[in-house]
Ligand binder design. Structure first.
Ligand code: SIN
Length: 535
């Protein structure tokens, strides 16, 4: 790629959600020249879609402790969390929320001058603070965007590749600007805060920006990713009319970004029913409808298969004042012609969160000098095999701030003029082929032959090309992520967390504390390696 334009900064942040803007604000306050690059509008990422809230123990709820939050996170993570990372990140949660409120975020008030709390799957206490009822992400994003008013934010700019020097250290970022012109932002530090890869699947809660760009970029820059097989499916996503079919509830799968029905609805008393009106979570798990999300999503999928139904139902009719407490869910239901006050809400699972990502320490450092990652794009060890609800905004706040501090502390040497040109040609498959293959074989319930077949389908459609625009860069990222997820999911011959193999239905202790790491070989193909963690 020719480098048409050239600019310089101390830190380039890619992505403008909770982790990216938190890092950008902190780094700017520390005196760094910061440029934020975001491929769409500033608030187009997944942060603003988060509903439930921020899981945090502030110390004002009798009986709840950070230790209990840690224990719940480790249980949900099914033996693959890094306990030190969990303790470290959760411990800093309260201070992160204080800083966010100082930046203008307004959380819902509760009794006695405290913040209101809700509960979600896998939590042993009411500890999730929320805003606008069920619009927490929207409020967090609003506050951070407002606070970032003075920062240089390049909207409509697409990150192409990291620029590196002969030692492999990052020295900048190759970018396509909003007119499609290539340029380079020279900087000794690049922070990826690009979110996850929900768009690998046909049906997802994620916006169209969630195409795994940051993970693909990091892998091409020589970084390692891990735990990519753990794609979390949210159990309750509104199942709405397929506009092409006549009925409200259609046999055709709902596709594209789907409206979330927050777990907090179950946290406040709603229960899951099958088509016959029978509760089916009792007996599946001691927490029943409030079991960790992997358990609930798998149980819904099983019940749908057993009964031949297209969806299950969430009965929230006993909740008081639904429209006030859950205005976002209420509006989505009403737009689909459903009245949650009078009828159960039709729901199915859909792809929601990438538990793995670019391997970093708890300060956002990847293994490539000068390259940092924070938020959903990163794998700190907090989530393990299944993220605990509402730990994601918290991780973005805590690790976003820490990454800014790490950049300041590291002060990577500026290596102007020693850049190696990034390789412009990458494997590319059509997005529809990748999504079809992943949805069919790598959703909830995978098996060896299915994963191999999906891999064959993607390989048969893959060519090598040079992406020239945002769509091409996203397709390349999805192709790489599809290959990587399939490789890891094929290797992990057990069921754990949100990786459910129908041909290996049990958890296997051989895999306890074992992560699968992905790096690229010289041809750009993902190679899987086992990483043993010390218990
Ligand atoms: C939800 O509100 O159910 C989603 C929250 C999350 O993904 O953490």
């Amino acid at each position: 790629m020719s480098t048409g334009w050239d600019a310089a900064a101390d830190l380039v942040v890619v992505g403008s959600g909770v982790a990216g803007l938190t890092a950008a604000l902190d780094a700017s306050a520390a005196g760094l020249r910061v440029v934020v690059v975001t491929k769409d509008a500033v608030d187009s990422g997944s942060t603003r879609w988060a509903q439930g809230g921020v899981a945090v123990v502030v110390g004002d709820i009798p009986g709840d402790t950070v230790a209990a939050h840690v224990a719940d996170t480790l249980t949900a993570g099914a033996g693959l969390c890094d306990p030190d990372a969990v303790a470290s990140i959760l411990r800093d949660g309260p201070a992160a929320v204080v800083r966010l409120r100082a930046r203008g975020a307004v959380f819902d008030p509760g009794p006695g001058g405290r913040l209101a709390r809700t509960r979600e799957g896998g939590h042993s206490a009411f500890r999730v603070v929320h805003a606008g009822g069920d619009a927490t992400g929207a409020e967090v994003e609003r506050a951070l965007v407002a606070a970032a008013g003075g920062l240089a934010v390049l909207t409509g700019h697409v990150a192409v590749d990291a620029v590196r020097d002969v030692r492999g250290h990052v020295t900048g970022l190759a970018v396509l600007d909003d007119a499609g012109n290539p340029g380079v932002l020279r900087a000794p530090a690049v922070l990826l805060a690009t979110g996850g890869y929900g768009q690998l699947y046909s049906s997802t809660t994620n916006p169209e920006t969630s195409t795994g760009d940051g993970i693909a970029l990091a892998l091409r820059a020589g970084a390692t990713a891990a735990d990519l097989e753990f794609v979390q499916f949210h159990p309750t996503v509104l199942y709405v009319e397929d506009p092409l079919a006549g009925s409200r509830i259609s046999a055709a799968p709902a596709i594209g970004q789907r409206p979330l029905v927050t777990e907090a609805v179950r946290g406040e008393g709603a229960v899951l029913l099958d088509r016959a009106g029978t509760r089916f979570m009792e007996g599946v798990h001691p927490l029943a409808d409030l079991a960790p999300r992997d358990v609930v999503a798998a149980a819904i999928t099983r019940r749908m298969i057993e009964t031949g139904a297209d969806c299950m139902y969430l009965d929230a009719r006993t909740l008081g004042d639904f429209a006030r407490r859950f205005p976002t869910v209420f509006a989505a239901c009403r737009a689909a012609g459903i009245d949650p006050v009078r009828e159960p809400i039709p729901v199915t699972p859909a792809a929601h969160y990438s538990c793995g990502g670019v391997v970093t320490d708890v300060h956002g450092r990847t293994r490539v000098p000068g390259l940092y990652a924070a938020g959903e794009v990163a794998r700190t060890g907090l989530h393990g095999a299944n993220r605990l609800a509402s730990n994601s905004l918290l991780e973005g706040l805590v690790v976003g701030a820490r990454a800014a501090a790490a950049v300041v502390a590291d002060r990577p040497a500026f290596r102007d003029g020693a850049a190696l040109a990034p390789s412009p040609a990458v494997p590319l498959a059509p997005r529809a082929v990748v999504q079809r293959a992943m949805t069919g074989a790598a959703s909830i319930g995978r098996d060896g032959p299915g994963l191999a077949g999906a891999s064959d389908a993607i390989e048969a459609a893959t060519t090598v090309g040079v992406p020239v625009d945002r769509a091409g860069i996203e397709d390349a990222a999805l192709t790489l992520l599809g290959r990587a997820v399939l490789a890891a999911a094929g290797e992990r011959t057990e069921s754990r967390g949100c990786h459910l193999r129908t041909d290996f239905p049990d958890r296997d202790d051989v895999w306890q504390r074992r992560s699968l790491e992905i790096a690229l070989d010289a041809t750009g193909r993902p190679v899987v390696q086992t990483k043993e963690y010390v218990a």
